[in-house]
Design a binder for this molecule. Structure first.
Ligand code: ADP
Length: 590
């Protein structure tokens, strides 16, 4: 359907109707005027014809052309009308403007025929002689019931026709003026109606563009004012609803975004409906572009696909564990449940993903730890038990053998005690990690260096070594003095332990760009490169036999690492086998 402007829709029928009315009216008026004029002309011709009849009656029946023609010519000239006298034979007896001899018979002319029958004949006809329309009136002269002569008066219609033409021109001009006026008035009227409609249309367009706080102006007419009010009301309600919906959506987004769990909602067609920030991070997705994509396209994890497919085909919620491969391997527990609409119809599946990697690691570490502890304990316990059995055997061993055995049992018991001490220290440190600020305060670095040195001095002296100490003045760190002392004592203890008699051991503290660097050096056996990365692990020993023989528990460096972490510090080691090692503990300055 072709659409036209409101103005044109009003204007066209209006104009057409007007033109038809004007046309019909003009045609009717002109027709009436013409008929009236012709009738008038005929009436005046009849009067003139009767005057001529009156004049001819003086001839007393002698209607020969030489009698009649002069009268016709004289009266014709006087009245300015063409007068013709016709005999019943049709022959012309007189004519005001032509010579009688040159004229043909006139008996067949319509008005003449009527007059020959005794009536007044009237006719309008085109004259081939004069080349114009003429009006004719014929009046009979009757003698004893018979027409003896017909007097015909005729006149050109040119004057009437000219009047008609002028009237027509005038009417057309008037009609045109009226039409122009009507178009202008109609246009103005249409504009008056359409301009509020236009402004309402613009208002509706603004609403469609989301400018719901704008308002449509209220027009003057009642009907349009109702429409404008209805539009404004609609916009206000729409705005309110959109605000509610967007507030709810924002709340939902905020909840979903701040969830530590990953959330993925999919439709029955496996397209993603919603995915939260956490899930996007895990699967490397963009929150906005992921929506609408197929799950198997966006998330490359067969475990998740299986859970989704299972949930879409089943009705009951379930839980499943998945592994997210990649650099940061994650252990995920997927809780799948059906996604329903407000009517309770299932419209998809909801997957809530819980990262239990940390828990998994802890469980693993704990079971490893238990295995390691059992293993560490078994050796001294087996040894003590073996020697005790030998001592209790009959006959008892020699007294000096007994003493040797008892000394071995004593050493093993010391090892067990050291192990228990270290395990307790580690457990204590792990507890402290959850309470970072426990007993933290400013610590004088030189004082802890000195205390650690004192603790290790006896063992060093026993090996004929001295511990060199050097520290920049006035160094302080924020921390726990006892723990820091323990960490440094562990490092110094190792340095002494793994350095042959005659070697050198030193401890120093320096200001460094990253804080305060405390270094423990020795010129001992060193650590082979392949072990360097792992010596801080619990129960890891680079040289198992030597560690055991030295009464090492394998936990000393793990304790140091924990204490460093507790102080937001870094522990590292550089070592060259056969030349010595340097352990660096960098702590943030106070
Ligand atoms: P241990 O009780 O066995 O000394 P640690 O955790 O203190 O356990 O040390 C782990 C391992 O690192 C040791 O077994 C040893 O092999 C190696 N190690 C530690 N400190 C030194 C050092 N200063 N020189 C050589 N090796 C060392």
């Amino acid at each position: 359907m072709t659409r036209r402007s409101f103005t044109l829709q009003i204007l066209w029928p209006f104009l057409t109707l007007l033109l038809i009315a004007l046309g019909v009216n003009t045609w009717g008026a002109l027709r009436f005027m013409q008929d009236f004029d012709v009738d008038q002309s005929m009436d005046s011709l009849e009067i003139q014809a009767r005057l001529v009849v009156h004049a001819l009656e003086s001839l007393k029946g002698d209607y020969r052309p030489e009698q009649v023609d002069p009268i016709c010519k004289a009266l014709g000239q006087t009245t300015g009308t063409r007068i013709t006298a016709i005999l019943p034979s049709g022959a012309v007896a007189g004519d005001s403007s032509e010579s009688v001899g040159a004229m043909d018979k006139h008996g067949d002319r319509q008005e003449v025929r009527q007059a020959l029958e005794g009536q007044v004949g009237r006719a309008t006809r085109f004259s081939h002689t004069l080349h114009e329309d003429l009006v004719y009136v014929a009046v009979p002269i009757v003698d004893s019931g018979k027409t003896v002569l017909v007097v015909r008066a005729s006149k050109s219609l040119a004057a009437v026709q000219q009047t008609m033409r002028r009237a027509l021109t005038l009417t057309l001009l008037l009609g045109l003026a009226i039409a122009i006026g009507a178009v202008a008035a109609g246009g103005a009227l249409a504009r008056r109606i359409s301009s509020p409609l236009q402004s309402m249309r613009r208002g509706a367009e603004r609403f469609a563009n989301g400018e719901l706080e704008s308002r449509v102006p209220i027009p003057g007419s009642v009907e349009l004012a109702d429409l404008a009010n209805a539009l404004n009301q609609m916009a206000a309600q729409l705005r309110e609803r959109i605000q509610i919906v967007s507030r709810q959506r924002n709340e939902l987004d905020a909840i979903l975004s701040s969830m530590a769990e990953g959330v993925i909602a999919i439709g029955q067609d496996e397209r993603i409906l919603t995915v939260n920030r956490t899930a996007c991070r895990w699967f490397g997705l963009d929150e906005d572009s992921a929506r609408g994509r197929y799950l198997h396209e966006a998330v490359r994890n067969p475990g998740i696909h299986q859970c989704a497919a299972r949930m879409l085909s089943e009705a009951l919620p379930f839980e499943e564990e998945c592994l997210l491969a990649g650099p940061g391997e994650r252990h995920i527990r997927v809780s799948a449940s059906p996604l329903g609409d407000e009517l309770g119809n299932k419209i998809g599946a909801l997957l809530v993903l819980n990262d239990f990697t940390q828990l998994h690691r802890l469980e693993q570490a704990r079971s490893e730890f238990v295995a390691n502890v059992s293993h560490e304990i078994r050796t001294p316990v087996t040894s003590i038990k073996g020697y005790a059995e030998t001592l209790l055997a009959e006959p008892p061993p020699e007294p000096e053998v007994q003493r040797r055995f008892l000394e071995i049992m004593m050493r093993q018991a010391d090892r067990l005690a050291a192990l228990v001490d270290d395990i307790l220290a580690l457990a204590g440190l792990e507890g402290a990690e959850t309470d970072r600020d426990a007993a933290m305060g400013p610590v004088d670095v030189t004082a802890i260096l000195d205390a650690a040195k004192q603790a290790c001095q006896p063992m060093a002296l026993a090996k004929g070594m001295t511990i060199a100490l050097s520290a920049d003045a006035g160094l302080t760190v924020r921390g726990n003095a006892m723990l820091l002392e323990q960490a440094l004592a562990n490092l110094l203890d190792n340095a002494v332990k793994y350095t042959e008699a005659g070697g050198e051991v030193g401890i120093e503290a320096r200001r460094a760009p990253a804080g305060i660097a405390i270094r423990v050096r020795d010129t001992g056996m060193g650590i082979p490169a392949e072990h360097l990365g792992r010596v801080f692990e619990r129960f890891y020993r680079a040289d198992r036999a030597r560690s055991r023989s030295m009464g090492g528990t394998g936990l000393g460096l793990a304790i140091v690492k924990h204490i460093a972490a507790l102080h937001q510090g870094q522990i590292s080691v550089e070592s060259t086998p056969g030349q010595g090692s340097v352990f660096s503990l960098v702590l943030p300055s106070a």
